[in-house]
Design a protein around this ligand. Structure first.
Ligand code: NDP
Length: 324
């Protein structure tokens, strides 16, 4: 019988249990996938601690790569043996085997192994929609990317650089600064010690940046608004430091007729065509070598509690893979 991580209540890493599960034959339009590698993402922490509520008990995890074992009625474009990967709901990727809607799966190019796929699907598709859809980065733009040495950060910085942007990244340690510099950042700010909006003004000769990609949330929100040029775009896409508290929209006017959006990958990939298009862009840029995907941490899936502790304590850089 296969095993999976499940939660029966929300809370700290200790609420995650390694349990035997039953996996049925795939229903119509589903595929059964044997996972070879599972991705770790910050959103898994929000599901575990209840910031993003789930119906309980439930599985966890939104990203994995593996091999199709069986397909249900009506699935014509996948067959047993196909190598696939996915990023997004329904939750349950922290498992050895599962069924899920076949239209959520992307076939993997031969050049991308399962570990690399699990390291890049969710953070890479997120980078794709943030940089290519939410605010379309152009050559010559100056962009600010918070947590530049994180999972999304390392991919987004390389991609923004490849698009011709000048990239300013924030990090919390010298080691992360070196990593972000090696992955496309032109300027690094340690936002735990420096006044980052002031540094951004210095770097941009007073103008501010065209766009801020802010996955840190509470601690950086106002400073991010203060880093933008007139009519700049604030993309608030995560809450690693906590959720952004309510604020007065008048601030957007006072700080320069700013735009604010709070996007999620789910909406940008809800349609199969959109998922496939973003997936192609991701596979292409990784295939070109302009964006390198590296697995920085690996844990057995059964020991995912340690991975959550390390991620919450900011001990991680880049992407993390869980081995089922
Ligand atoms: P990361 O690998 O980037 O980990 C989070 C990073 O945030 C840390 O490494 C740390 O970097 C930084 N950070 C700043 N303050 C804190 C804090 N108080 N506690 C913990 N970390 C902090 O995670 P992911 O790449 O998985 O995700 C990045 C963000 O993007 C998350 O908020 C996630 O929810 C969001 N996200 C949103 C998506 C969407 O579609 N809306 C999709 C995917 C991710 P440092 O030490 O350098 O400060």
């Amino acid at each position: 019988m296969p095993f999976a991580i499940r939660i029966h209540r929300t809370g700290g890493p200790e609420v995650m249990c390694w349990e035997e599960i039953e996996v049925a034959d795939p229903a119509p339009d589903e595929a059964r996938v044997r996972h070879q590698a599972v991705g770790l993402n910050y959103i898994d922490i929000y599901h575990r601690n209840g910031l993003y509520p789930l119906q309980l008990p439930n599985g966890l995890g939104l990203e994995a790569a593996g091999v199709v074992e069986a397909v249900g009625a009506g699935v014509s474009d996948l067959r047993p043996g196909d190598r696939v990967a996915y990023a997004g709901g329904p939750v349950g990727a922290y498992s050895q085997l599962r069924c899920l809607p076949a239209d959520r799966l992307l076939k993997l190019p031969d050049s991308i192994d399962a570990g690399t796929a699990a390291a890049m699907m969710l953070q890479g598709l997120t980078s794709a929609y943030l940089l290519r859809r939410t605010y379309r980065v152009q050559a010559g733009d100056v962009v600010l990317i918070h947590a530049a040495a994180g999972g999304v950060g390392l991919i987004a910085c390389q991609w923004a650089k490849a698009l011709g942007a000048t990239v300013i990244g924030t990090v919390s340690t010298p080691a992360k600064a070196a990593l972000a510099t090696a992955h496309g950042c032109d300027h690094i700010i340690d936002y735990t010690h420096e006044d980052f909006p002031r540094r951004v003004r210095e770097i941009t000769a007073g103008e501010g940046v065209a766009v801020v990609y802010d996955g840190v949330g509470k601690d950086t929100f106002v400073g991010s608004l203060d880093s933008l040029r007139t009519c700049g775009m604030m993309v608030s896409f995560g809450n690693a430091s906590g959720a952004v508290p309510p604020f007065d929209p008048l601030l957007l006017s006072q700080k320069g007729s700013l735009f604010l959006t709070r996007p999620t990958l789910m909406h940008y990939t809800a349609k199969r065509d959109d998922l496939m298009a973003l997936g192609s862009e991701l596979f292409e840029i990784v295939g070109s070598g302009k964006v390198n995907i590296e697995v920085h941490q690996t844990y057995p899936l059964a020991e995912v509690a340690s991975a959550h502790r390390d991620l919450e304590a900011r001990r991680h850089s880049g992407s993390t893979v869980l081995l089922p």
